[in-house]
Design a protein around this ligand. Structure first.
Ligand SMILES: Nc1ncnc2c1ncn2[C@@H]1O[C@H](COP(=O)(O)OP(=O)(O)OP(=O)(O)O)[C@@H](O)[C@H]1O
Length: 205
């Protein structure tokens, strides 16, 4: 089997605070060099030291708008006056570089990626309850009262989509982290074994 077909993008979706970043960190630590991220597009100006194509693909608003019109993005959003997007091409580029592209995207992004030929593995990370989700977000210390409320009210809609049969390949409840992480590791085990075997045999891809 070709390694490229094994390098299926890995989508982690779930309400804010469900634990996506925590899973991603652990996956990357335990599988060095296997996972990577796509390079996003942005209309913001590069900061000192940032290189086009490395931190971001820096584009004009017109270019960004044209890319939206051409359905080039899996998801895009505007934050404080600048637009940010994840293009299908940047996910493919990550695969071409021999890595599994990890995507932390919302349900709209999941619906979108399903319409592409990227053939992702779709994982939904579910909190044990909305109450626990709230506790974790408060404890994380990153939210204001208003951003907390926004995240919690978005959470229910995402949970509804996550629980719809067929939305995801696997739904993992993140109660005890070790147990939940093992479930994810088991889900990916066969792919990872095969990828590591091929990489070890060929030096790289
Ligand atoms: N199983 C768990 N038990 C207790 N705390 C957890 C567990 N999993 C994650 N956390 C904690 O919950 C908080 C939210 O997790 P994390 O930041 O990974 O969520 P996220 O889904 O990436 O959120 P966002 O979408 O806002 O980036 C973090 O402080 C993390 O350490």
């Amino acid at each position: 089997m070709s390694i490229r077909s094994l390098l299926r993008p890995l989508v982690l979706c779930g309400p804010s605070g469900s634990g996506k970043s925590t899973f991603i960190k652990r996956l990357m630590e335990e599988n060095l060099g296997i996972f990577g991220f796509s390079t996003s597009h942005t209309t913001r100006l590069p900061r000192d030291g940032e290189q086009n194509g490395r931190e971001y693909h820096f584009v004009t608003r017109d270019q960004f708008q044209a890319a939206i019109t051409n359905s080039e993005f899996i998801e895009w959003a505007e934050f404080s006056g600048n637009m940010y997007g994840t293009s299908k091409a940047s996910v493919s580029a990550c695969q071409d570089a021999g890595q599994i592209c990890i995507l932390d995207i919302d349900c709209q992004g999941v619906k979108q990626i399903k319409t592409t030929d990227l053939n992702p593995r779709l994982v939904f990370i579910k909190p044990p309850s909305i109450e626990v989700l709230k506790e974790r977000l408060v404890k994380r210390g990153t939210e204001t009262e208003s951003s907390l409320q926004k995240r919690l009210s978005a959470a229910q809609e995402e949970l509804n989509y996550g629980e719809e049969p067929g939305s995801f390949h696997i739904v993992i409840t993140n109660d005890n982290f070790e147990t939940a992480y093992n479930e994810l590791a088991k889900f990916l085990e066969d792919d990872l074994k095969e990828i590591k075997k091929i990489k070890a045999g060929s030096g790289d891809i």
